[in-house]
Design a protein around this ligand. Structure first.
Ligand SMILES: NC(=O)c1ccc[n+]([C@@H]2O[C@H](COP(=O)([O-])OP(=O)(O)OC[C@H]3O[C@@H](n4cnc5c(N)ncnc54)[C@H](O)[C@@H]3O)[C@@H](O)[C@H]2O)c1
Ligand SMILES: N[C@@H](CCO)C(=O)O
Ligand code: NA
Length: 446
């Protein structure tokens, strides 16, 4: 039985940052106080909220008397510290300071974890406190806990995720409405999904940080942001989106973490974020709008999918509060949450050895023998063709039979190492009969 919350002193909770997520964390701590106390076995007393400027107008749910600009002093008087300020500093120093002072910490900060996770884990271990971060990956969706705890007895092979809501919204609008990238990004900004500076989302940094965290947990290996191969969505065109549909695919920004091996057979992990074609029938292809989903393939569990809201203050606060309850329960009942598990210590392999498929679109001379020349370049590098489509000559171009006629060729390959596929595209681009390589996209999800 959970003890009565009145039978022991309250737990002191400090919140660092009072923006989109922090405000909703404060709201839940305030409005759900009785339920939270009953679940934890202690009252959770909000002892302060650290902000940059105490005089800024805020949501009335935030009691002005709790605001302070002195985060350092605040964490020293807390049992549980919730970090929702974002960025590396001062978030990192404040969390380390909180841990040194014996507080358990909950953070939503993927950028910090993907760069300084081992430092935070080591400090928490040394101090005997908890480090929880469910909100850092895919917001409200339970994915950190399932990978870190529920699958701790299994062998995860692969994690394939749509972990950035902004880019999923942008690609979805390009697909459903035929918008170009700039129009879709502007729409995402107007709706509050994308920041005024959307770089972290559209260039894939946000997804790469989440991929690093998931890979570390799934493969019991340290993976940092720098280990992640990252390509954003800025090169994706309306034409790419249209061709994806014509060939039975959708384009998604995917975070992929998988086991693999290099040319010598050395086992390791591969972690990458890039736009890719997914077959329309794949479960992740139906993830629309700003939603997130993570598809996990494990040896014994088989295929699992986790779906929901990966962003937004209210959903993200749900994940934060779940962590607050977990770490607070440990304070009341004893015990600790999971510590860092990096015993497997697998090498992070270069994307060059990742096995993937390409769909390449080419503008080629529209005359006999051209396809054979292109096919010969693929064959000489051991790249097998799965399908070739030729569309009519591009609009306004000379008609077939004319020496300067141009055809649009869409080649989808079978699986091959990324380096072989890349080298093949370079060789094909150098052929006289190839006018241009219009686009190269990986095909995933099979
Ligand atoms: N917004 C989301 O949907 C979402 C989802 C998952 C995770 N997260 C993560 O949650 C964290 C917070 O995100 P957010 O959207 O609430 O950001 P936000 O910018 O709305 O809020 C951050 C707040 O922290 C304050 N802050 C920054 N530095 C500070 C300092 N030195 N001292 C005191 N206050 C400081 C800022 O003034 C701001 O009010 C980030 O790590 C983010 O990656 C956000
Ligand atoms: N900016 C992120 C939310 C925070 O992780 C997204 O668009 O998914
Ligand atoms: Na989550």
């Amino acid at each position: 039985m959970v003890p009565s919350p009145d039978s022991r002193p309250p737990l002191r909770v400090a919140v660092l940052g009072c923006g989109v997520v922090g405000t909703e964390v404060v709201r839940l701590l305030t409005t759900q106080a009785d339920d939270l106390a009953a679940r934890v076995g202690a009252h959770l007393d909000l002892v302060g909220v650290a902000v940059r400027d105490v005089d800024v107008e805020r949501d009335p749910v935030v009691d002005r008397a709790l605001l302070t600009a002195d985060g350092t002093a605040l964490v020293e008087k807390a049992d549980v510290v919730v970090e929702v300020m974002g960025g590396i500093e001062p978030a990192r120093s404040l969390l380390l300071h909180a841990i040194e002072h014996g507080a358990s910490v909950v953070t939503a900060n993927k950028a910090l974890l993907a760069q300084h996770g081992p430092t935070l884990y080591a400090a928490a271990d040394e101090a005997g406190v908890d480090l929880y971060f469910e909100a850092a990956v895919a917001g409200a969706i339970p994915i950190v806990r399932p990978v870190r705890e529920s699958l701790a007895g299994d062998h995860v092979r692969r994690v394939l995720g749509i972990v950035n809501g902004t880019t999923n919204y942008v690609l979805d609008r390009m697909t459903s409405e035929g918008l170009d990238l700039d129009q879709a990004v502007k729409e995402a900004q107007a709706l509050g999904y994308a920041e005024a500076d959307p770089t972290a989302d559209v260039e894939g940094y946000d997804a790469a940080a989440k991929a690093a965290i998931l890979a570390s947990l799934a493969f019991h290996t340290r993976v940092s942001l720098d280990d992640v191969h990252r390509e954003g969505i800025t090169a994706v065109t309306a034409d790419d989106v249209e061709w994806a549909a014509r060939t039975g695919h959708v384009i998604k920004l995917l975070a992929i973490a998988e086991r693999g091996e290099d040319a010598d057979g050395t086992a390791g992990v591969l972690v990458r974020v890039h736009p890719a074609l997914l077959p329309q029938a794949h479960p992740l292809a139906g993830v629309r709008g700003a939603f997130n989903a993570v598809f996990v393939e494990a040896e014994s569990a088989g295929e699992l999918m986790f779906y929901g809201r990966g962003a937004g203050g209210v959903p993200t606060a749900s994940a934060v509060l779940g962590d607050v309850v977990s770490v607070a329960r440990h304070r009341v009942l004893g015990g600790r949450g999971p510590v860092e598990s990096s015993y497997a210590d697998l090498p992070v392999l270069p994307t060059a050895v990742a096995r993937t498929r390409y769909q390449v679109r080419l503008e080629v001379a529209d005359r006999p023998g051209v396809l054979a020349q292109v096919a010969a370049e693929l064959a000489s590098r051991g790249v097998s063709i799965e399908a070739v489509r030729q569309s009519p000559s591009v609009e306004g171009a000379p008609a077939r039979g004319d020496a300067s006629a141009v055809a649009h060729l869409v080649i989808t390959t079978h699986t091959a190492p990324d380096a072989s596929l890349r080298a093949t595209v370079d060789a094909v681009a150098g052929l006289d009969v190839v006018r241009s390589v219009v686009s190269v996209l990986r095909v995933e999800g099979i």
